[in-house]
Design a protein around this ligand. Structure first.
Ligand SMILES: Cc1ncc(COP(=O)(O)O)c(C=O)c1O
Length: 398
């Protein structure tokens, strides 16, 4: 009896020629695997930061606010207040489809950064821009060059489009642009540079980028992922828009997920020469960005005081964490934006133990850094809670 019940749980029922057939879940898996495109079978999956609600449920808390999430480089201040107001107003029009051409948002972005609206393409998070890039430019005969500790989604996208990947070792946890230039070979279609880079929180300066851009072969597209750029003080932000204005082979990627606190809405954008934007535009869904996101992003662009408060929280957070890591004798990578890479022994174990202390950080084994965790800089009380939890966890770890 018991055995039959167990079997039913593990099997799927499929009717075939009026008979009831039982398949094990392995059979079903194999059947679908046989039907899938062969290269899909080999794809890895992205391990996102653990959601607060899920961790709270696991730990038996009804109130998810007892958990501090310092795992996904989000903005702990919450959404930009101007964006919040715009979202409330936009809620009244949710029975309508969005403006599929994102007219007002493109206009607002282009006015803010000084490009033409035709050089901007909004997307469902900058991750969607990566997908467009894959659809337009990558295939079995092409390849990408990236840094070995750069944002992991680049290689997942390459694999999804059967492109090959060359991973170039970083130097001092920073993109080594000279080595990346040397790694370009005949099939290379795209070079990805995350600047600042996740998960290392390091960056290359404008001079190094200029040198790279002026030496890169003409048949290669350089994607500069600037997900964190607005978190830098304006004087420290490399001017990459000039490459777009010069019609170079460049695609810049930016997002409202980090600086503007809108990660849950999914909105980012590409900036590129008009000819390139037209191609990316061809492979998107008609309504890829929802109307609440369009309204919120447009409003967030005006919220300079929120961006200022965010930058202040981060610079104070960096000073705090550096001092505390030094006190605890932990080595860390000096950070330029809202997250820090710190060496803790066994990163996955520390991640799991911190979770029990109600703090979620990010293990780094998927980046080839099993001894590290990445900690997002949050508000003062969250940062202090994280350090206190680390102090409890580390002695058990060592
Ligand atoms: C370097 C980098 N690029 C892109 C993204 C994707 O951001 P989103 O899709 O939320 O715009 C992230 C998110 O963590 C990131 O760290």
């Amino acid at each position: 009896m018991m055995k039959t019940k167990m079997m039913t749980m593990k099997t799927a029922r499929v009717k075939k020629k009026n008979e009831l057939q039982l398949f094990t879940s392995k059979d079903v898996m194999n059947r679908f695997l046989e039907l899938a495109n062969p290269w899909i079978k080999k794809l890895g999956t992205y391990e996102p930061g653990r959601p607060i609600e899920e961790v709270a449920r696991e730990l038996g808390f009804e109130d998810a606010s007892v958990i501090s999430k310092l795992a996904s480089n989000e903005n702990s201040l919450g959404p930009s207040p101007l964006a919040l107001k715009a979202m409330c107003a936009a809620a009244r029009t949710m029975h309508r489809y969005p403006d599929g051409n994102a007219y007002y948002l493109k206009k607002a972005i282009s006015a803010k950064i000084g490009v033409n609206p035709a050089q901007v393409l909004p997307a469902n998070g900058s991750n969607e821009v990566l997908e467009f890039i894959g659809r337009v430019f990558l295939g079995p005969d092409s390849g990408i060059v990236m840094a070995d500790r750069a944002f992991v989604v680049y290689k997942l996208i390459a694999a999804a489009f059967q492109a090959s990947v060359v991973s170039v070792p970083m130097k001092d946890y920073t993109h080594d642009l000279t080595a990346m230039l040397a790694a370009i070979k005949p099939g290379t279609r795209i070079v990805f540079i995350a600047n600042p880079n996740n998960p290392t929180s390091t960056m290359v300066d404008e001079k190094a980028l200029d040198k790279f851009m002026y030496n890169v072969p003409e048949n290669v597209i350089v994607v500069i992922d600037e997900a964190y750029i607005e978190l830098l003080p304006p004087s420290g932000q490399p001017d990459t828009l000039k490459y777009v204005k010069q019609d170079r082979n460049v695609i810049l990627m930016r997002t409202f997920s980090k600086t503007y606190g809108l990660a849950g809405l999914r909105i980012g954008y590409a900036i590129a020469p008009e000819a390139c934007i037209s191609l990316l535009n061809q492979v998107r869904q008609p309504f890829n960005v929802n109307s609440m996101a369009l309204a919120a992003a447009e409003a967030a662009l005006k919220d300079d005081s929120y961006v200022e408060r965010t930058r202040k929280m981060i610079s104070e957070g960096i000073v705090f964490f550096e001092k505390e890591f030094q006190r605890l004798g932990l080595s860390y990578v000096p950070a330029v934006v809202n997250f820090m890479l710190v060496e803790v022994g066994n990163g996955r174990k520390v991640f799991e133990r911190l979770m029990k202390e109600r703090v979620i950080v990010r293990p780094m084994d998927s980046y080839g850094l099993p001894g590290h965790v990445r900690i997002t800089i949050g508000m003062k009380r969250e940062n202090m809670k994280c350090i206190r939890a680390l102090e409890r966890v580390l002695p058990r770890e060592k």
